[in-house]
Design a binder for this molecule. Structure first.
Ligand SMILES: Cc1ncc(C[n+]2csc(CCOP(=O)(O)OP(=O)(O)O)c2C)c(N)n1
Ligand SMILES: [Mg+2]
Length: 364
């Protein structure tokens, strides 16, 4: 192998106006499916807006908006099987909702409540909680995929991360072991052009992030992450390949982070209004909506009915979240160690004493 060929395909089926570019794969004839995917993107966006509003009014903590990333998450979530395992990162509201994580659990998580990671739906019980330390989840996913392989199961570990995460050692180590052991995995890189204030252009010297997979011995592809048809098609193929023992795939989905990095960030300080305005013209929801409308399966009446339905669903989840009550103060540290090292046991006692004192003061 003195001259390995580096071939990084790029898939896009719909242009930003929702017009078809060439021939579509056969599955895309199913307009019921496309409409379901569309509805889920709208639900995700309305939930996301609500989560930001709840942070702004002090009812949850910091939140990482999924605005602009809906096609990627909905495609992954609708294609994974129940027995597959999702190893997500913090910008994965869209996938989590599809897997069966409840809206109120997502709000509890971002409200600092451990119950938000103890998913009630048994269908999602094997998925991992959101990972905030950058790229560490990629190696956890390798562990999961290794277990599948040893057991001879036809299951896939899907892990997601951002463009910035691909610079981390953990990510590159994960690619390496996935390639060396030909693990049943799909790596989805959500290249939303920014890692907080660091733009993709200075994040990495390679022309694509997908080509990092080539160095590890498996295929990498680029996909238009704003085009539901493209993302769905490539995630579908990648899952199928991994499930049938043909090894991992890396999908670099090119999107744009339309919101702030998190509610603790102010992106106007480091990127221009003009750039964001241009990015809005590419966004995934309008694009699929235009395609559905051109095929006479969507219209303004359906849109308004959908929005009302979604808002009702979101509001009901907010009410469940708000009536969940608070957890005892020690729950923030309860799951850190199985048995407590002595100095931490002491600190835990201090925490309990302070909480008890505060409670007494509150009632005086
Ligand atoms: C190990 C580690 N280092 C630094 C951080 C701080 N941090 C949080 S998000 C982020 C940027 C990640 O950007 P990217 O991977 O592109 O994902 P995005 O947030 O854009 O989806 C950084 C550096 C962290 N959470 N973990
Ligand atoms: Mg990013």
């Amino acid at each position: 192998m003195h001259n390995p060929r580096i071939d990084i395909p790029y898939t896009r089926h719909l242009d930003p106006e929702g017009r078809l570019l060439g021939e579509l794969p056969a599955w895309a004839d199913d307009f019921n499916l496309l409409t379901r995917l569309y509805r889920q993107m709208v639900l995700t966006r309305l939930f996301d807006q609500k989560a930001v509003a709840l942070q702004r009014t002090g009812r949850i903590g910091t939140y990482a908006p999924t605005l602009g990333q809906e096609a990627i998450g909905v495609a992954i979530g609708s294609l994974m099987r129940e027995e597959d395992v999702l190893v997500p990162y913090y910008r994965d509201t869209a996938v989590q909702l599809m897997r069966g994580v409840r809206m109120e659990e997502i709000l509890l998580y971002w409200g600092g409540d451990e119950r938000g990671s103890a998913y009630a739906d048994p269908a999602v019980a094997q998925d991992f909680p959101l990972c905030v330390p950058i790229a560490t989840q990629a190696l956890h996913a390798c562990g999961v995929a290794t277990a599948f392989k040893i057991r001879g199961q036809h299951r896939v570990a899907v892990t997601t991360c951002g463009d910035g995460a691909t610079s981390k050692g953990d990510f590159l180590e994960a690619l390496n072991v996935a390639g060396a052991w030909q693990l049943p995995m799909v790596f989805v890189v959500n290249n939303n052009q920014w890692a907080i204030s660091v733009p993709r252009s200075i994040q990495c010297g390679a022309a694509t992030l997908a080509q990092k997979a080539i160095g590890a011995g498996f295929p990498g592809e680029q996909v238009d992450g704003n085009d539901m048809l493209a993302v769905y098609d490539r995630v579908r193929a990648a899952l199928d390949r991994a499930r049938h023992g043909k090894g991992p795939v890396l999908l670099e989905c090119i999107s744009y982070r339309l919101g702030d990095h998190t509610t603790a960030d102010d992106a106007t300080r480091y990127r221009s209004a003009d750039e964001v305005k241009k990015a809005w013209q590419e966004e995934p929801i309008k694009r699929l909506q235009a395609y559905l409308a051109a095929n006479a399966v969507w219209d303004e009446g359906r849109e308004q009915a959908l929005i009302a339905e979604c808002q009702k669903e979101v509001q009901a989840a907010v009410e469940r979240f708000e009536s969940a009550g608070t957890q005892p103060v020690e729950s923030v540290i309860d799951h850190v160690y199985a048995s407590w090292p002595a100095p931490l046991a002491e600190q835990r006692e201090m925490l309990l004493e302070r909480a008890a004192r505060r409670e007494v003061n509150r009632h005086e």
